[in-house]
Design a protein around this ligand. Sequence first.
Ligand code: FES
Length: 145
Amino acid sequence: MYSEKVMDHFNNPRNVGELDNPSGVGTVGNAKCGDIMRMYLDIDEKGVIRDVKFKTFGCGAAVATSSMATELVKGKTVEEALTVTNKAVMEALDGLPPVKVHCSLLAEEAIHAALWDYAQKNNLVIEGLKEPVEDISEIEEEEEY
Ligand code: FES
């Protein structure tokens, strides 16, 4: 049912934890399943993501997608990080079962929420970044899988 990569990131999630004095923090949840994700970003003065950590109270697919998402955004600029969509994360994991696709949105939205927090704190406008929602179940119905 799950790819080897999903199982690997579920069993050995990368970048789990918290950051002291993060540049941005984002927390999102999905009211339908009750899962919650928090993402911490450390962004340097050039706008490069130096470090990233996540914590989740979520299902295995949420753990695996968040783990992969943190790997994909680390070392990237803020603008490049915006291109790390849930679809890109799923591709990097060799796919997810259809019923678990929504879980990958939690990681994408938590990164967006942390970037939004960073932008707010620094009075920046990040092109293409929308104000995050706290409950992703509000947007997942609009998504096309
Ligand atoms: Fe809720 Fe996976 S079931 S995030």
